[in-house]
Each structure stands twice: as structure tokens, then as C-alpha cells.
Design a protein around this ligand. Sequence first.
Ligand code: CA
Length: 221
Amino acid sequence: MRVLLAEDDALLGDGIRAGLKLADYAVDWVRDGEMAHLALQDNVYDACVLDLGLPRRDGLSVLKALRERGNALPVLILTARDTSMDKIAGLDSGADDYLTKPFDLAELQARLRALLRRTQAASSPTLSHGGVVLDPASKQVTAHGLPVQLSAREYALLHDLLRHRNQTRSRAQLEESLYAWGEETGSNTVEVYVHHLRKKLGTDFIRTVRGFGYKLGDTEE
Ligand code: CA
């Protein structure tokens, strides 16, 4: 799960990022509204935690622009302004949920989980290919009806490949889905996780496209 965090308060942002990382989210943290706007245009996220009071561009304006582009990304807004007008404006602009500062990190995590469950149950039916079934709502994976245990990164890689099942995915695209910006990734990181997935799901499940990347193997479905 990849989350964009837009928060200009260094201490709070650092705390939220650390908390979300512990909960296995890949977090991109930006500190102003313009950066948030650009990041939302250039990247695919599973959710956004958006402070309303941001420098350079207000959070509400970022949210409105996102919705005007037809993007239904789940957005949880943070507001220091404990007035019902701010909450109403946020919800009217397309926010899915809100938290008023100060808040408990555990509550943020719980609300984000609930948000992702709701949107995934509604918008992401199970993905399947060659006898492998991935359920985004429960994060369960089965192969020919039997449960398969995957690490968070193996799951992220499989999820990416299944979501683009008819395309070849470059190593860079797959790395993007594995990591947030700024994290060191080894040059053979993707290969390592592909190797793990092949061991668990079958050698032919993921095909190497020489010089480009990977795609799911052909099946008779
Ligand atoms: Ca702020």
C-alpha cells in the first residue's frame, strides 16, 4: 500500500510517516500543497493523508483538483481548525474522512485501514491469473484454492503484476510499487522478489521479458 502524506509540520509529519511505515505502508511525504498536487498527478497511490493548512497551495485546493480530474483516491484530511465549517468544506470537496489535530496515531491508522477496506471492497474485486487469486480487501492470496503466505513486498509485487496482467512491467515500474521515494533499493531487488514469487507460485507464473522487465505467464484461462 502506497500512501501520499502531505503535512508541513516536521515533527508531526515525521511521526505519521514512521507510524505508517511500521504498519507496512510505503509513504511519500511532501511538505507543501504544490508538491502534493504534482505527486498526485505523477504517481499512483492507494490513499492520501492531506493536511488542509499547507504552504504554497491549500489542501482543499489540492483535493478539489484531484476530484476534478476524476480521481477517486481515498483521502483523509487533517485539520488543525476545529470548526465544523472546515470539516464540511473538506467533505464537500471530496474527502472521505477527516481527523482534527491533535489526534492519536493509532486512530489515524485505524481510520486509514477502514478507508482502504471500504474503497477496496467497493472498487477492487479479486484479481486472478493462472489459478492464483488475490483478494485486495483481505490481502489473502490463494493458488489453486490453497492459501499462499507472502511477505508485504512479495504481495505488493504480485498485486502490481496482476493489476497490469496484460502488460510487461519494467523493473523501474515494479520498484515504484515496492518502495516509497528515497528508500535505497538494491540493483537486483525486483529479481529477488520475483524469484521468491516463482518459488511460491510456480516457475512459469512470471515470465521474464528480456531487456525490459516482467509479465505474467500465459495461461489457458
Ligand atoms: Ca499545516
